[in-house]
Each structure stands twice: as C-alpha cells, then as structure tokens.
Design a protein around this ligand. Structure first.
Ligand code: GAP
Length: 492
C-alpha cells in the first residue's frame, strides 16, 4: 500500500481554478461566448458542495439555536429600502481610469497595493501612514486629493505604465433595472446588494407572527448583486453572489456581549467544518461602516493571502430606525421583562457562500507525492470534510463479470437512499479511485469475489488510502454516521 511521504502542499489559485473547471465544480458563466467578467456557474459537483455548505449553515443557525428562525425574502424590494439603508447615497467605490490603457481601477485598491509594497519592503509604518492619509481623504470626500496622492506616490497603470489618470469618481455598486410593463409606469428598482435588508423589513412580520422574544435572530440565504469595478480572484469577488446572513435582535446595551458571542461562535463553526485554526484569523475594523459600532472580519488564508470571508457587525439600531423614518411604521419591540418599548439593536453575521466555498476548496485541494514500489507517483485529491463532500460513497465492483456488478448494484441500492452514492464499473480500479479522489469522495466501496462468499466489502479511505474489510450490513450505518452533519454539530 502506498503511503504519503511528502507533506501536502497548498495548491495555488491557478491549479485550483483549473481543477474546479475540469471536475465540474465551477465554470465561467456563458463560457461559449467567452464568459462574463466576475460571474460564474456552479457545475454538477460544485452545486452539491455549495448546497451542503448552505444546508450546514442553515441548520446550524435555525436548528441549533431555538431562537433563530429563517426567511426567504424577494430579491426585488421597494426602492425606499435602499434609501433607508444608505446604499443609494453611500454604497460607492472610488474609481479612476488610465487614459492610455483605458483600464479602470479602484483608487483605494491602488493605494492599498502601494501600502503593501512598503510593508513588503520592510517599511510597514510608511504603508500605514499612506492608508491613514487615504482614509482621511476619502472620509472628507476629497476625491481630487485621492488622485493627487496616487500621482505623488508614483503609482502607474500596470498595463500602460503611465500615470495619465482621470479624475476619481464615486461609482455606485448597485445594479438597477425597471419594474412595470409600460415605460411611463415604470420605476427604477435595484437588485439587492445585501440580503440583510430583506430581514430588516420583515422584522415586524416575524416578531409578531412568530411571537418571538428578544434576543432572537432571523436568518436568510440568498443572492446579492454588486457591480464590482475590479473583478478579481475567481469567485472571491463576484458581481452575482450568495450571502448567508443572520440578524440577531437584542436589547440595547447588550449588543457587545452578543457581538462577542457570535464572533466566537462563527469562528468555531468554520473550524468545525474543517478549516484549520492556523488559516483563520480575526481582523478588527478600525474604520467602521456608517451603521456599525463594532465590526470584525473572519479572514481565511486564501492562496492570495488572508482575506475577508465573513463579517460580524454590531449594527446598532441604524437600519430599523431608518426604516421607521421612511416607512412611518413603528419598528418597536415591547420587552415584557422591563416593561418598555424600544427599537432593538442588531448583531449581524454575514458570510458569502461563494467565499466559503472557495476557502473550503482551497483548503481541500491537496497534491501529494507517494512512492509505490520505488516509483514516485503524484496524487491530487480533495480533502473535504465527509459531511460536505458532493458524493459520499462510490460503489465499485472489481470486475464486470462473475456476478460482481449485480452484487455491487445491490449494495449501491442499499446506500443511495441514505447518502449521495455513485456506481462505477468502467476502467481499472486505480483509475476509478483517482476519479473519486479528484472530486473528494471520502469512501470507495469495493465489491470482490470474497463479497459473494461472506458478504463483506472493503472501504477505501480517501485521505489515507487505507482499506478495511467490513460486513456489507454495516455499510449504511457507518457511512451515514461518518458523513452526517451531526458530527459537525457535536463540535459546536
Ligand atoms: N450585510 C452586510 C454585508 O453585506 P459585506 O462585508 O459587504 O457586509 C458580507 O459582505 C460578506 O459577503 C463578505 O464577507 C463576503 O463573504 C461576501 N461578499 C461581499 N461582496 C462579495 C462579492 N463581490 N463576491 C463574493 N462575495 C462577496
């Protein structure tokens, strides 16, 4: 039996993107027309993995917390929603164009990259100073100042190599469209840039219809849309993506306690699904969004560095108060314990399903060198937690004769009602194992001549390649236990 004798190496992004496409995880959108920037489709394996992650999040939120319930709000919302939330007025990115290359950049990202260069060259203070100056200029909406800073820092367009920059303009990230069938009646509405507002506008509905008692949460999974200026890093920054958000409504004054609880709970969750502690860290926000009084990101170490995967924000009563002002509906909760009406404060957890998917995929992608009978062999496999793997088991008869396919079909039929299972009889065992490794199937069940004699099968474990012989009658119990969400829930 071959044993891994070289440490698993983290894959680089290029290899992971190629793997994702080749094995049906992620495809560029409308690829036959050369794709659409920052838009991606999930393939036959990707959709299973993503659904598993979403289900895991949903059930962790709603099933493990009796005071958290879910909703599914529409993508289109009344346009005033986005006025109240601040997105119409301030959901902007500063952009700048290079006149020679005609390429568009985010002005803040050009300066951040420069600050990183200073840090990499051993002068982090200079980098930090630059970031402070940028924050001050953006805060004062001094866009000409931002442009001058880019020029004085000697920042050039990487394509044209010139600093022939246009002025800096604020660019609203919301996509708009028209609602209504006739032009005169139509009104501009937006594709939601976050799912959270669907929760805020339903606060009263859920509180009253569910007879909820504070503290309580509302969870939602759904699409969000942002017209990102710079599309980068595969599914990390997309124009159409999915968020998994939970707003936790609390009594004012208790929000910091809940903020800390949810921050820690969410970090633990990421570790429970298999992301290593060493690849996760908190990044506390110094500069807070207009709605927050505390905010932290959970960052994951992607192949391109530590980057935000989830945000935990203490959003105060900003959103409910704004909705109350614009809708003229009282967004109040009556707290029987203190006999008072108030607008609740909110702690939000917000994780991108696609970023989580990318983190899980990057972490799982493993290239290993093994030595079999003196010959070096390379093995690539996805070390996914069995509970989230797209396929849990593959049933493989060693030959296509002697009644083995029939016996294997019997075992396949036993398993497939409990877990996603596939049956394969084509090609050598080695090739079939390789195919399962590449999509991350944790268990391969082999049916051989001994199976016909004593009704035992072998289970081959993906990560160790070890095989064990077990009675076929034990299969359903063993595989369902090993791949159940329960194993993750028990760690939370
Ligand atoms: N409701 C709060 C909110 O939307 P955010 O930090 O803008 O906060 C939350 O987004 C999460 O949504 C991020 O941590 C990230 O995982 C995901 N996300 C945001 N923009 C994204 C994009 N363009 N592509 C993919 N995921 C994105």
């Amino acid at each position: 039996m071959a044993k891994p004798n070289a440490p698993a190496e983290p894959g680089n992004l290029k290899d992971i993107i190629a793997h994702a496409k080749e094995y049906g995880f992620v495809f560029p959108s409308s690829e036959i027309y050369d794709g659409l920037a920052a838009v991606y489709d999930y393939g036959q394996m990707g959709v299973e993995l993503k659904n598993n992650l979403k289900q895991l999040w949903w059930r962790s939120m709603t099933q493990l917390h009796p005071n958290v319930v879910g909703i599914d709000a529409a993508i289109f919302m009344h346009p005033l929603t986005w006025k109240a939330s601040g997105h119409v007025d301030s959901f902007n990115d500063p952009m700048i164009d290079n006149r020679d290359s005609k390429k568009r950049y985010r002005a803040d990202q050009l300066l951040e990259a420069k600050a990183e260069q200073y840090a990499a060259a051993g002068d982090p203070d200079k980098g930090q100073g630059l970031l402070y100056r940028m924050a001050a200029l953006l805060g004062a909406e001094d866009l000409e100042g931002v442009r001058q800073l880019i020029i004085s820092e000697g920042i050039k367009c990487p394509i044209s190599g010139t600093d022939n920059w246009t002025e800096v303009r604020q660019f609203n990230l919301m996509f708009s469209t028209q609602i209504g069938s006739v032009a005169e009646d139509s009104a501009t509405i937006y594709l939601r840039p976050e799912t959270a507002q669907g929760i805020f506008v339903n606060f009263l509905n859920v509180y009253k219809s569910g007879r909820m008692k504070i503290p309580f949460g509302i969870a939602q999974i759904g699409k969000a849309f942002r017209n990102e200026i710079v599309a980068r890093q595969f599914i990390f920054r997309m124009r159409e993506f999915e968020q998994m958000e939970m707003q936790f409504f609390v009594r004012p004054g208790t929000e910091m306690e809940w903020y800390e609880k949810w921050r820690d709970a969410r970090l633990k969750w990421h570790q429970a699904i298999g992301l290593p502690a060493g690849k996760l860290k908190f990044h506390i926000h110094e500069k807070l969004a207009h709605y927050a009084n505390a905010a932290v990101d959970i960052e994951f170490e992607f192949p391109f560095g530590f980057k935000e995967m989830e945000g935990i924000h203490s959003r105060t009563d900003f959103d409910l108060t704004s909705h109350q002002e614009l809708s003229k509906k009282k967004m109040q909760y009556f707290d029987p314990e203190i006999n008072q009406n108030y607008i609740p404060y909110v702690v939000e957890t917000s994780v991108g399903a696609d970023r989580l998917f990318l983190a899980v995929l990057c972490n799982a992608y493993t290239e290993e060198t093994t030595v079999e009978e003196g010959v070096e062999k390379k093995r690539t496999y996805l070390k996914l937690h069995p509970a989230i793997a797209p396929v849990k088991a593959a049933v493989l008869p060693v030959t296509k004769k002697d009644g083995l396919p029939e016996k294997a079909q019997e075992i396949f039929n036993l398993l497939r009602f409990d877990v996603p299972t596939i049956y394969e009889e084509k090609d050598s065992m080695g090739k079939r194992y390789t195919r399962q490794d590449l999509i991350g199937t944790p268990f391969c069940i082999t049916i051989d001549h001994q199976t016909l004699e004593d009704n035992t099968v072998t289970i081959r474990h993906r990560d160790t390649m070890e095989q064990e012989r077990v009675p076929a009658d034990e299969l359903v119990g063993r595989i369902t236990y090993a791949t159940s969400f329960k194993r993750i829930f028990e760690q939370l």
